[in-house]
Ligand binder design. Structure first.
Ligand code: ATP
Ligand code: LTN
Length: 331
């Protein structure tokens, strides 16, 4: 039987946080044996907000190394850099013509980012979800493993696939988001109402990065905002503690009930230390492996070149079908 296809990407817009890790990348690793997987470094998306060019280039390689350090196996999945497969930008153009300006301008992330970057509300920012739809549809993906904040974008990709299929005839697989409960939205350690973000952190203690060393991880959890109840209990009234419980569960592989039992009668200090240790135990070997991989740039380069070939072959097939359907002369 043919394997189902999974597609996802992360922007090289900053160091990955533990939110990116448990909300996205770790699920990719789990899927690679069962699905035909394509995972990209979304640098076309990244430049919708201002980036330093040298840093963007450096972060692209760092992210590739990090993906592998987190357990992605380049033999099992196609790992590649988005800008190296031109079909993404080409399909985006076609999809733009079936996207209403109104529906693009209603996207929550567009509205948020327009506010945060009021001096740079560029066309790319508004086109961001259409490019993301192009990413997904090019590979005829069945599933898109992402965090909760990307659900609306995957829904737009579904809408565009259905609309295009209706207008031009069956062309695209209609994708589904795959969103894990509990870890879909890890919150900022300083403000549990906000998502932990890699590029928007208002306070350096808000996000835990995969690159943080053990002492930094422990310090950030020690300073995490908690609540006034004084008990390690999973409840909506204690969003700070609920977030820490989610993190602990994600890193230790246990349930919130087990955590409540384990920390019954203990204070927040003990609990925060335990969460920090659980996270650091997982991050230490990942950081070490990333450092080892980054020392061999030619190995990384070869691997991205192979990923690009595989991705480009699949993408070309879909793009050529699309061009045929819309009536483009293909020689
Ligand atoms: P930025 O802050 O630069 O907008 P980001 O941290 O949101 O970036 P993305 O590259 O936009 O990171 O997202 C990569 C993946 O990680 C997406 O699937 C996204 O849903 C997921 N993700 C991001 N933040 C979290 C979080 N706090 N909890 C769970 N998943 C997350
Ligand atoms: N917008 C996504 C990154 C992304 C993506 C994709 C995710 C770009 N293209 C395709 C899934 C599928 C984000 O996580 N911010």
């Amino acid at each position: 039987m043919e394997r189902k296809i999974a597609y996802s990407a992360v922007q090289p817009s900053g160091n990955l946080t533990i939110g990116n890790y448990v909300g996205a990348v770790r699920n990719w690793v789990e899927m690679q044996s069962e699905y035909e997987c394509y995972y990209a470094i979304a640098n076309l998306h990244a430049i919708t907000v201002r980036q330093d060019p040298a840093e963007l280039r450096r972060r692209t390689l760092e992210l590739a190394a990090l993906y592998i350090a987190c357990g992605l196996d380049p033999e099992k999945c196609a790992l590649y850099v988005q800008s190296q497969v031109p079909a993404h930008a080409e399909l985006c153009w076609v999809l733009n013509t079936v996207t209403a300006v109104g529906e693009a301008s209603r996207m929550t992330q567009f509205k948020d980012k327009s506010q945060k970057h009021a001096d740079n509300v560029n066309m790319g920012l508004m086109d961001y979800p259409v490019l993301m739809a192009a990413d997904i549809l090019l590979y005829q993906a069945d599933y898109v493993p992402v965090g909760a904040d990307q659900k609306q974008h995957v829904e737009l990709a579904r809408d565009l696939a259905i609309r295009f299929n209706n207008r031009y005839g069956e062309t695209f697989t209609v994708p589904e988001p795959l969103i894990r409960k509990g870890v879909a939205k890890i919150a900022s350690l300083q403000d549990p109402a906000k998502k932990m973000s890699k590029s928007e952190a208002e306070n350096p203690n808000a996000s835990v990065f995969l690159s943080d060393d053990r002492d930094t991880v422990l310090r950030k959890f020690k300073r995490a905002v908690t609540d006034s109840l004084g008990a390690v209990r999973y409840s909506e009234e204690q969003p700070g503690i609920a977030n820490l419980i989610n993190i602990y569960c994600a890193f230790r592989g246990c349930t919130p009930e087990e955590v409540e039992r384990e920390f019954k009668g203990k204070g927040y200090g003990d609990f925060k230390l335990a969460v920090g240790e659980a996270v650091a135990d997982v991050l230490d070997p990942i950081r070490e492996e990333q450092r080892r991989l980054l020392a061999d740039k030619s190995y990384l380069g070869d691997l991205l070149a192979r990923g690009r070939e595989r991705a480009a072959a699949a993408a070309r097939k879909t793009l050529s079908k699309v061009y045929r359907k819309v009536g483009f002369y293909q020689g």
